[in-house]
Design a protein around this ligand. Structure first.
Ligand code: ATP
Ligand code: MG
Length: 573
């Protein structure tokens, strides 16, 4: 492609709206343009990279035996009522009515549609297993679309769905996808980890996420120094304490104490001269339609995903101070479990606290000498706190560390959640009707474009991993008005194309400086420069974007050298 003929609007300024580097560089490099919040157009260069990702995903899905289909984006509300998600999905599901007044939605995911296909088209165990996938535009009315392609409202996803006759088959289907996902992200040239994950609103029993390691990640990974343990922090389990140690301390009497204006754990601790571990932190949430309180030690955080699972709730939401006061007349900052008229979930650790401090449910007051069971009752005891870096590895007891990551893929074992709700059955070998055992497998195709940049950039711009680069080579002609240079550049352009190398030919009448800047910004892995050295010595410069290494070669050797570089770069993946 000739640069002069391409819609490639690069800019020097960093757009104010873009907080993260991938968003800034995608805008500056002319890869994408915003239409509305979380909704983007892919310009030619952006589309090329998106297509690179799609092609890798497609190849690996096909290799794993999945079959490509394409499902509609507009889905009938009836199907979502059958699965029960019309009620439960919440405002991320964009709903509307058609001219016949029928409920519709834009597909945020396709379990309902695929289950409907399965119940119509798959009758016998002999037709199983089946895995169907698509690469398609999804719509989720995200509450906070942000970071450009990272969290859009409209985005491209690969979603696959497996149907099996029994658990054993379903486990095999899951493993096949797990391997395929590892191949996909390796082939994309990304540094990633597979972690244990929560199965989220989709439900089910088993799930893994694939995380690209990057500082701007919205997720936190928990990793072990000693073993292969890797988990999303939401999921990372903390072992129940083996046995409650015998209480050696004298139990104090419960007494109320004035703590004016002391609402934070830290300020209460300082004011009362107690360690934070001595304080019971009481947090109020809305779980589905019910207010609940969660108790953790003062130096810990409530992990709402764990809370949701302990309660068996669909949605757990935090509340503002005002909401809690209006609905419950409870003063946030002074809430505690003593005489609390709510269902209480307590973390294991709280149950072994002795003579603790807790809010008195009275503005400006706390209790001292609070002892579980004696002073308050708890409906559920469990693992409800977020794991900390100083916790022991749940697998081996080793020491842990955290890393930030971007979720680019997610695989779930769904079981029979949808097949039962939607009566999707097949006839087994004994002639009985059985619900399909399902799995679902998503990849954020457009999010990968952003994640790849978050992991690969420098102060001059993007450094694309070769497999995702929109072009493999950028060829700069620094003398577009010089006949000799232009003839050489044209010849090389043709030679590269004939060799099957993807090349962007910068034939513009621009200053060398801006050509170099654009080449760096766009992140194309190899740069060829035809300039002064060619006029003098007949040499062309080959430069690698990532390492900055340069070599100078005669025109006749360039194509082969580039081919060799490309091959060796791909061989490392
Ligand atoms: P997240 O926790 O980031 O919201 P999710 O659990 O809702 O993700 P899934 O429903 O599992 O995501 O979707 C499969 C994949 O689609 C995710 O792993 C992610 O890569 C991608 N994805 C999800 N939501 C978005 C979005 N709003 N914008 C871009 N990609 C997304
Ligand atoms: Mg989501």
């Amino acid at each position: 492609m000739r640069y002069s003929q391409m819609l490639l609007p690069t800019t020097r300024e960093t757009p104010a709206e873009a907080e993260v580097i991938s968003h800034q560089l995608l805008l500056r490099g002319g890869f994408i343009r915003k239409l509305s919040a979380g909704v983007y157009t892919f310009l030619p260069l952006g589309l090329l990279t998106l297509q690179k990702v799609s092609a890798i995903v497609r190849e690996e899905m096909n290799r794993a035996g999945a079959q490509e289909i394409l499902m509609p984006m507009v889905q009938p509300g009836d199907l979502w009522m059958e699965s029960g998600r019309w009620q439960h999905y919440g405002p991320e599901l964009l709903r509307f009515r058609d001219r016949n007044d029928r409920d519709c939605c834009l597909g945020p995911t396709h379990e309902e549609v695929i289950t409907d296909i399965a119940r119509r088209e798959l009758q016998s165990y002999r037709q199983l297993p089946v895995n169907l996938y698509q690469i398609q535009t999804k719509y989720r009315d995200e509450i906070r679309p942000r970071f450009g392609l990272m969290r859009g409202r409209e985005f491209v996803m690969k979603d696959a769905y497996s149907f099996d006759a029994d658990d054993e088959g379903a486990a095999k289907s899951y493993d096949r996808m797990r391997l395929a996902y590892n191949r996909v992200f390796s082939r994309c040239g990304l540094d990633f980890r597979m972690v244990e994950a929560d199965s989220g609103s989709i439900g089910g029993s088993y799930s893994h996420e694939f995380m690209v390691l990057a500082e701007n990640g919205e997720d936190t990974l928990v990793l072990c120094h000693n073993c292969s343990y890797a988990s999303n922090v939401e999921k990372a389990l903390i072992k129940a304490p083996a046995e409650k140690p015998p209480v050696s301390q004298q139990l104090e009497e419960l007494h109320k104490i004035e703590t004016p204006g002391k609402k934070q754990v830290a300020t209460v601790a300082e004011y009362l001269q107690v360690p934070r571990e001595q304080i019971i932190k009481t947090m109020v949430y809305m779980a589905d339609e019910e207010f609940v309180a969660a108790l953790v030690r003062g130096d810990r955080e409530v992990q709402t995903v764990k809370l949701k699972n302990l309660l068996g709730a669909d949605i757990v939401e935090s509340l503002t101070e005002e909401q809690v006061w209006t609905a419950l007349r409870l003063p946030v900052g002074y809430i505690g479990p003593v005489d609390l008229p709510l269902r209480v979930v307590a973390d294991y650790e709280v149950m072994s606290m002795v003579n603790a401090v807790a809010g008195a449910n009275d503005k400006g007051f706390h209790y001292e000498g609070v002892n579980p069971i004696r002073d308050f009752s708890v409906q559920i005891v469990g693992d409800v706190r977020e794991i900390a870096e100083d916790d022991a590895c749940p697998l081996c007891g080793g020491s842990l560390y955290f890393k930030e990551g971007i979720e680019v893929g997610h695989i779930f074992k769904l079981g029979t959640k949808y097949s039962e709700a939607m009566e999707a059955t097949f006839q087994d070998s004994e002639g009985q009707q059985q619900p399909f055992i399902m799995g679902c497998y998503g990849i954020g195709v457009s999010r990968i474009v952003a994640a790849a940049i978050e992991q690969n950039y420098d102060e001059n711009g993007i450094i694309f991993p070769l497999p995702l680069a929109p072009f493999q080579v950028i060829l700069l002609n620094l003398g577009p008005n010089d006949e000799i240079l232009t003839r050489a550049a044209d010849t090389l352009y043709q030679g590269l194309q004939q060799a099957g190398i993807e090349v962007l030919y910068d034939d513009r009448d621009e200053r060398p400086g801006s050509k170099f800047n654009d080449a760096d910004l766009l992140g194309i892995p190899f740069r060829l420069t035809i300039g002064k050295t060619f006029a003098k010595e007949g040499k062309i410069e080959l430069r690698e974007r990532r390492s900055g290494e340069t070599t100078s070669l005669p025109l006749t050797e360039i194509v082969e050298a580039v081919q060799a570089h490309i091959q060796s770069a791909l061989a490392t993946l």
